[in-house]
Design a protein around this ligand. Structure first.
Ligand SMILES: NC(=O)c1ccc[n+]([C@@H]2O[C@H](COP(=O)([O-])OP(=O)(O)OC[C@H]3O[C@@H](n4cnc5c(N)ncnc54)[C@H](O)[C@@H]3O)[C@@H](O)[C@H]2O)c1
Length: 261
């Protein structure tokens, strides 16, 4: 089992709900944290709240240079990388095509910009952050975990063709990355998994349409949103338990998709 004490976590989307909860969990267990996000103001606020061995770094995950500088910064600051949690993510929901209920004619389409923006951050951004951090982990002979953020959206949610596609990608990344590391004899040193949360109590979920939000809770057997701290605790266990790699771990309170069972 790996110990979190002294271990260094890099978290993108670090001022967001799940990112910040993971940082808090990591610090509470004696770890050190680098939080990366796009707003300096938000990062500094989070750093002041968390305290402890927390460093912050401005990084737009869609930019190759930002990711490379982030990975270098972590090594310069703390000398190692043990957990990579590329949790920066957005959604831009819309039906692919929306026919008018009365005329039957299409009155709206998902904008290309909204499709591309989600792909850029949730998919290309993760690719860049993981690639740059993994390079430093291998070159520095660090042991640890890459933990991606998939979602129950990966199973296919209406209105989320962009988001669901990126989260489905996050459920295949662990298999590819674990297999590639295995090929080079590094499968035990660096593992890769994804967590797939259902609806969590974070600003992202709270920004949803209230009606859609109520409907969602009707299908969650535990009758509430998942706490960001509960997702953080799962990530902590995935880090500690060295038998876990190459797979996706759902945390959704028993969410029934399309049926109440
Ligand atoms: N909240 C949920 O219900 C839920 C469920 C399943 C999966 N997830 C996934 O978990 C992850 C974290 O979600 P959250 O709920 O904490 O979201 P959040 O909106 O609270 O935080 C996301 C963070 O990403 C940052 N970000 C956006 N674009 C960025 C960019 N280009 N570069 C760097 N940072 C950027 C935002 O500033 C924000 O701080 C996301 O990948 C999300 O898709 C969330």
């Amino acid at each position: 089992m790996l110990a979190i004490k002294g271990a260094v976590a890099v978290i993108t989307g670090g001022s967001g709900g799940i990112g910040m909860a993971l940082a808090r969990y990591w610090l509470d267990h004696g770890g050190r944290v680098v939080l990366a996000d796009i707003s300096e103001e938000a990062l500094l606020k989070v750093q002041a709240v968390l305290g402890g061995e927390t460093a912050v770094f401005m990084c737009d995950v869609t930019k190759e240079g930002d990711n490379s500088r982030l990975a270098d910064f972590v090594i310069e600051k703390f000398g190692q990388i043990n957990l990579v949690a590329p949790f920066a993510g957005i959604f831009r929901d819309c039906l692919l095509v929306s026919p008018d209920r009365e005329t039957g004619r299409v009155v709206r389409k998902m904008a290309l910009e909204d499709f591309k923006k989600v792909i850029d951050i949730n998919l290309t951004g993760v690719f860049l952050t993981v690639r740059e951090c993994l390079e430093r982990m291998i070159n520095n002979k660090n042991k640890g975990l890459i933990c991606l953020a998939s979602s129950t959206g990966s199973l296919g949610t209406a209105g989320q063709i962009n988001y669901s596609a990126t989260k489905a990608a996050m459920s295949v990344f662990p298999k590819v990355i674990a297999a590639e590391l295995f090929r080079r004899g590094l499968g035990g040193q660096i593992r890769c998994v994804a967590v797939a949360p259902g609806y969590c109590d974070t600003p992202m979920a709270r920004s949803m349409n209230p009606k859609a939000f109520e409907k969602i809770l009707e299908n969650v057997p535990i009758g509430r949103l998942i706490g960001a701290d509960e997702v953080a605790s799962l990530v902590g266990e995935l880090y500690r338990n060295e038998a876990l790699t190459g797979d996706v771990y759902f945390i959704h309170g028993g969410l029934r998709l399309g049926s109440k069972g």
